[in-house]
Design a protein around this ligand. Structure first.
Ligand code: GSH
Length: 321
């Protein structure tokens, strides 16, 4: 079994149950919350990771690059005893701002007794060097709501007040059945748990395929928070999950609406320019899956289709109800 997940994340029936986040203090203006200050925080990500990727997409769409700096971890894990992420893409293998080699250093600085996994995304407070937030589920919403005074002019409203209830409901479905659904299949430790997750994922993809025949994006003509969340899993599906996690009923390229939709997003700034297929392929096949003893990197899939016209801007969609 891969050493990636501590055994408490696999239940007796072989189901994978994700750990709770440890650093969940919200950003905000109230006492005890993380203050909203431009230049104070560094977001640590790896382009391989879907949870981190979405926080980087939203940062980019909203123009928060100046306000929140970015540290990038190598998609290939370091060969050390613990599971960690390393700054081996940087000069001298050190993050230029934090001056650390591994993400674990920032976690252990914040809490020397931290026993969880050292995960991306993580936000580090530059005044202390401590991880202060690794709440991947809510990070994008903090960027959207609490960081609004630093948004660029004309930034999209990814979390419009009138759609928040619908977005939250959809995000929950996307989380359990798509974003984390693929991991439930990939990290299952029993045939039943794997097949249950496989059905969960493909039933929901069928439902999304139908939904996207009715509108360009999940909630209509404008991109929202939910689209970012769906995008990160779709962008990894054919290259990583289809074979690495045995989710091989269909590729995304076989769903006409989902395939057009994901290419539509990919063609837009913030999405395609933060999507690193090479990093995704290497991380999943060489570091995340447990069924690749010889460390073989799949040669495909052919990615040329990603740049083909998507045609989604020309379609007249029926009203969604
Ligand atoms: N923080 C969340 C989600 C973030 C997450 O799982 N990130 C992955 C990369 S996609 C990670 O950093 N994993 C580190 C590890 O498994 O040791 C969690 O604890 O499950």
């Amino acid at each position: 079994m891969s050493k990636r997940f501590i055994t408490s994340e696999v239940e007796k029936d072989g189901k994978f149950v994700r750990q709770e986040n440890r650093f969940i203090t919200p950003f905000g203006i109230e006492e005890g919350q993380l203050p909203i200050e431009s230049g104070r925080y560094r977001l640590l990500w790896s382009p391989a990771c879907p949870w981190a990727h979405r926080s980087v997409i939203v940062r980019s769409l909203l123009g928060l690059e100046e306000a929140i700096s970015l540290g990038t971890l190598d998609p290939i894990r370091p060969d050390v005893e613990r599971t960690d992420w390393a700054f081996t893409l940087d000069e001298n293998d050190v993050d230029s701002v934090l001056k650390i080699h591994y993400i674990s250093e920032a976690y252990l600085k914040a809490d020397p007794d931290y026993k969880g996994r050292f995960t991306v995304p993580a936000v580090v407070d530059l005044t202390t060097g401590d991880v202060v937030n690794n709440d991947y589920f809510n990070l994008t919403k903090y960027w959207e709501v609490e960081w609004s005074k630093f948004h660029k002019a004309g930034a999209p409203d990814l979390y419009p007040v009138e759609l928040r209830k619908e977005i939250d409901e959809l995000n929950n479905i996307i989380f359990h059945e798509i974003n984390n659904g693929v991991y439930k299949a990939g990290f299952a430790r029993s045939q039943e748990a794997y097949e249950e997750a496989y059905d969960l994922v493909f039933n929901r993809l069928d439902w999304l395929e139908e939904r996207l025949s009715l509108s360009r994006y999940l909630l209509g003509d404008n991109i929202t928070e939910s689209d970012v969340r769906l995008y990160v899993t779709l962008a990894r599906f054919d290259i990583a999950y289809y074979n690495g996690f045995n989710l091989n009923r269909n590729r995304i390229t076989e769903f006409p609406n989902l395939w057009g939709y994901v290419r539509d997003l990919y063609s837009q700034p913030g999405f395609g320019d933060t999507t690193d297929f090479d990093a995704i392929k290497k991380h999943y096949h060489l570091c995340a899956v447990s069924n690749n003893p010889y460390g073989l990197l799949p040669k495909g899939p052919d990615l040329a289709g990603w740049k083909e016209p998507h045609g989604r801007d020309k379609v007249n969609y029926k009203e969604r109800n």
